[in-house]
Ligand binder design. Structure first.
Ligand SMILES: N[C@@H](CCC(=O)N[C@@H](CS)C(=O)NCC(=O)O)C(=O)O
Length: 339
């Protein structure tokens, strides 16, 4: 890390995906600054950088901006920091467990169930501007809105969350260990499982105590509390993040150096072949799960099995945007307009 490669997190308070990154930064002792975003669109700070992606968080390192918490963590593993990358000290079993726990949270529907258990107990359920924004984000059909999504299947969502907590209580935590992967300190496995559960536990009144409580899941509750303590101890050793405005960020990124320039468009990639993608060509980039209407435009710099990189063309300042290959699409501008 150098002053030419400042680390800036774009996030807002109580964003669970941002917590995943904040925990990582804390446990590795990586200093960062922040640019706080509104909870709903518009996000002019990002528009200024030519970024139309609408999910949070994003993280910039120098002039490179990384989308999606998964890719952000992957990138941070390659960053020098006071504490070594988690992968450098983990056994293959521990690394496997980290991956599986990331999937446990995101690919089994657990996170979605947590959203459905939690948000109906918050004032957001009655916040018209929020509901309108998120209805647009999920691309809901006419007559269906985000409140309908939140309230659909609440009972099943509750049982899914309860089932997931039971898994942790009766397997990984059952032998009384402090951390999920049996490490001496909290690690990546803990981060991958804790961020969404901590979010659920943090909202007063969200938990139906009859089904989910410290009495029913003592080990899980104690683990979450232990983790929060460990993170706040780690954060005490930190310099506090400076908060930058969008104008300041544009100025900083405009002057910052490229932090990682492995710009390869893999000619053998099936997508490159099928779409005849070429380096330097103007493309659009978007996530396929939700917020898909918000396509970022730029010149294609790199495309590999793991990552897509473009240089934005639509803003006041041009930055290098990186997205994970999984869950994102890239297409030539004219084609993307038709989709
Ligand atoms: N796959 C993304 C998902 C991020 C995500 O859904 N974040 C929520 C906030 S915690 C979000 O973007 N909500 C809509 C918004 O803020 O516009 C990631 O891993 O970063």
């Amino acid at each position: 890390m150098s002053s030419n490669h400042p680390v800036i997190l774009f996030h807002y308070p109580h964003s669970p995906f941002s917590a995943r990154v904040l925990y990582y930064l804390a446990l590795r002792g990586i200093p960062y600054d922040q640019c706080i975003q509104p909870q709903i669109l518009p996000r002019s700070d990002l528009a200024r950088l030519g970024i139309r992606y609408r999910r949070i968080p994003l993280l910039s390192i120098g002039r490179d901006v990384y989308l999606d918490s998964r890719l952000i963590l992957e990138r941070l593993e390659r960053l020098g920091a006071p504490n070594p990358p988690f992968a450098s000290t983990a056994t293959p079993e521990q690394r496997g467990l980290e991956r599986l726990l990331a999937s446990f949270t995101l690919d089994t529907g657990l996170f979605k169930s947590i959203v459905q258990v939690l948000l109906p107990h918050t004032p957001l359920l009655h916040n018209e501007a929020f509901l309108k924004d998120r209805t647009e984000m999920i691309g809901a059909p006419p007559g269906y809105n985000f409140a309908d999504f939140l309230l659909a299947g609440g009972a099943d969502a509750l049982m899914a969350v309860k089932g997931a907590l039971e898994v942790l209580e009766t397997t990984l935590l059952a032998d009384g260990r402090e951390w999920l992967a049996g490490t001496r300190e909290p690690g990546r496995a803990d981060i991958e499982a804790v961020w969404s559960i901590q979010w659920l536990f943090s909202v007063p009144g969200a938990l139906p105590g009859e089904y989910i409580s410290a009495r029913i899941f003592p080990k899980v509750f104690a683990w979450v509390e232990r983790f929060e303590k460990a993170v706040s101890v780690a954060q005490k050793g930190f310099r506090r993040p400076e908060t930058f405005s969008g104008e300041q960020v544009a100025d900083i990124l405009g002057k910052a150096a490229v932090s990682e320039a492995a710009d390869v468009v893999d000619e053998s990639d099936p997508l490159v072949r099928a779409e005849r993608l070429r380096k330097g060509q103007v493309v659009q980039l978007w996530p396929t799960d939700s917020g898909s209407r918000h396509k970022t435009v730029g010149r294609l710099l790199g495309l590999t099995a793991r990552e897509i990189t473009i240089e934005t063309t639509g803003g006041e300042v041009s930055v290098r945007v990186h997205a994970p290959r999984q869950g994102f699409r890239v297409a030539a501008l004219a084609k993307a307009n038709l989709s």
